[in-house]
Design a protein around this ligand. Structure first.
Ligand code: PAF
Length: 285
């Protein structure tokens, strides 16, 4: 273990396991898994973790750009990274410890043969356009969870599908502790905070404001009584222009199956490219 002023840093799976073994099994431990390039959304999860475990509990984060959740033509190489900055931000947010694996092989050694796949929930939305993505997410989160054995793990609702899938995995595998979902944190102009926002050039950043505008309009149409997907999502390409739509969907909020008419809680979810950067967002209806 090394120490970056206020925060301890673990580099190997063995160190992570050994650190956890120094604590009682029922110790209050809040875990915020991240891929780094921390923003206020991550920091809100850390603050909530601290609130829940109290001053004597442990708040821990992992910073790991997980290669197994990126497809071959995706942005693994371009994913923003700033470990020193992240450690400073995490320390300032009161995080006690960061697990920053020194290499992917700490979590995915060459002999590794086990993958976790949650059936069904990954068929629509991001799962359709990013085959294998949730398999990579579930596997890395399960590995981290097994090493760190948190009493709570906190995840943002911007990745609504990820959260739903991880909740299912957590229950199905009888993992310890509890998963907590936290509301989306937005920029002042409404764009959901995301590490990928830093890859937007100024004109794409400006154009990406179309996403929160679109979702606000969907909410307004819903509030005015519209219940049909066709009406809520009508003209999406024009409303999201110049973004290139990956998907804009209305799904059941529980099982994430596409729906034509809202009769139960529903989710309007989208993924849209601006200047080559894929952004996701959603609104619960
Ligand atoms: O949401 C993320 O940042 C990642 O998918 C996660 C949960 C840290 C797994 O790599």
């Amino acid at each position: 273990m090394s120490s970056n002023e206020a925060i301890s840093v673990l580099r190997s799976a063995g160190e992570a396991r050994a650190w956890r073994a120094t604590l009682p099994a029922d110790a209050p431990v809040a875990f915020i898994p991240t891929m780094g390039f921390l923003h206020d959304g991550h920091l809100s999860l850390m603050a909530e973790g601290r609130r829940r475990v109290g001053p004597k509990g442990q708040v821990i984060t992992s910073i790991f750009v997980n290669p197994t959740q990126f497809g071959p033509n995706e942005d693994f190489d371009r994913y923003p990274r700033d470990e020193a900055g992240d450690l400073a931000k995490a320390a300032a947010a009161g995080v006690d410890l960061a697990f920053c694996p020194s290499a992917p092989s700490e979590l995915f050694p060459a002999h590794s043969r086990t993958w976790i796949e949650v059936e069904g929930l990954g068929d629509a939305l991001c799962g359709r356009s990013r085959p294998g993505h949730f398999r990579g997410v579930c596997t890395v989160v399960a590995k981290l969870w097994g090493l760190l054995r948190p009493s709570i793990g906190l995840f943002g609702e911007k990745d609504y599908q990820q959260l739903a899938i991880l909740r299912r995995m957590h229950a199905d595998l009888n993992l310890c502790g509890e998963i907590i979902g936290m509301p989306i944190v937005r920029e002042p102009d409404g764009l959901a905070m995301s590490s990928r926002n830093s890859n937007l050039d100024p004109s794409s950043r400006e154009a990406a404001r179309a996403i929160p505008r679109f979702l606000a309009e969907v909410r307004a149409r819903y509030a005015a009584g519209e219940r049909a997907a066709a009406g809520l999502l009508a003209d999406a390409p024009a409303r999201l222009a110049p973004g290139r739509i990956d998907y804009v969907s209305l799904v059941d909020a529980a099982d994430l199956r596409p729906i034509d008419v809202i009769e139960r809680p529903a989710l309007c979810a989208l993924a849209v490219y601006f200047g080559g950067v894929r952004l996701i967002d959603n609104a619960l209806l």
